[in-house]
Write a protein that binds this ligand. Structure first.
Ligand SMILES: Nc1ncnc2c1ncn2[C@@H]1O[C@H](COP(=O)(O)OP(=O)(O)OP(=O)(O)O)[C@@H](O)[C@H]1O
Ligand SMILES: Cc1ncsc1CCO
Ligand SMILES: [Mg+2]
Length: 240
């Protein structure tokens, strides 16, 4: 939650981390986008997540799902599949998470929140999932993949050291929510842009970093300082 909120602030968004079901009816209509992350899921939190989604949908607010460790337990998988049926604008996971959602079954080899697959292994699963759910599906990895079920785009910015900082995936999903909030009618473009800019910020941050802890700091600083010329010079997006 720390990294997620700080990444959002650095990007110019205004995060609020809300869990209590009592606050959802007041909070959710005020937000420009809702972000549901099941990272630290408990049975107590799930009803609040579902109510937040319901309120967001009723208020025509975009919402984004991060299905953290979807294949690691039956409880998580069921929760993620139920959330997936309630029309997320975007779903972003690592390859193992997206493949578990597509298969609809637990992965006995699951490494928990970390992926054991490459994003490129999950292209067909992502496409099918997008077609079934009507959501934009993004798979993070060395190449970030984004699909609406027809188009497939790859975004290649980023550094592998991001995998050594917890919640960089959670944070890039939050950034997607912030970008989608700007123009929900162009959620596909927003998703690709958020993944690219997070990757560009990590590349610039890596030039100053000595390891994961200092990359975490420089990533936030680089995102905060990112300008249009740098982005346009460095982005690497291609149709797959
Ligand atoms: N091999 C890699 N090379 C470059 N960038 C990478 C690589 N693997 C992941 N990334 C980037 O790291 C960020 C996090 O993606 P990752 O796939 O690790 O998410 P995740 O597994 O959900 O992470 P977490 O659960 O820790 O939040 C993304 O911006 C992604 O583009
Ligand atoms: C380590 C961890 N455990 C639950 S969520 C999370 C952050 C990475 O997904
Ligand atoms: Mg994750």
């Amino acid at each position: 939650m720390d990294l997620v909120a700080n990444v959002l602030l650095a990007a110019g968004a205004s995060p609020a981390m809300i869990h209590s079901i009592e606050e959802i009816p007041d909070f959710t209509p005020k937000a420009h986008a809702l972000y549901i992350n099941v990272g630290t899921l408990t049975p107590d939190w799930l009803p609040a997540m579902k109510l937040a989604v319901q309120v967001a949908n009723e208020n025509k607010k975009p919402w984004v799902l991060d299905p953290v460790a979807a294949g690691a337990s039956g409880f998580r998988l069921k929760a993620c599949l139920e959330l997936l049926r309630t029309n997320p604008t975007v779903v972003r996971g690592n390859a193992s998470e997206i493949m578990a959602l597509f298969k609809g079954s637990e992965d006995s080899n699951s490494k928990g929140v970390d992926s054991i697959h490459e994003s490129t292994d999950a292209v067909e699963a992502a496409k099918s999932l997008a077609q079934i759910s009507g959501s934009i599906v993004a798979v993070s990895g060395a190449v970030d993949i984004v699909t609406d079920g027809q188009r497939v785009v790859g975004a290649k910015n980023g550094v592998s050291m991001l995998q050594k900082i917890t919640a960089t995936g959670c944070s890039v999903t939050a950034l997607i929510a912030a970008f989608v909030a700007i123009d929900p009618s162009r959620a596909f473009e927003a998703t690709v842009s958020a993944l690219s800019m997070f990757g560009v910020a990590s590349e610039i941050g890596m030039d100053m970093a000595k390891g994961p802890a200092s990359l975490r700091m420089h990533l936030i600083d680089s995102l905060y300082g990112l300008d249009q010329a740098t982005v346009l010079h460095r982005v690497n997006i291609s149709v797959i």
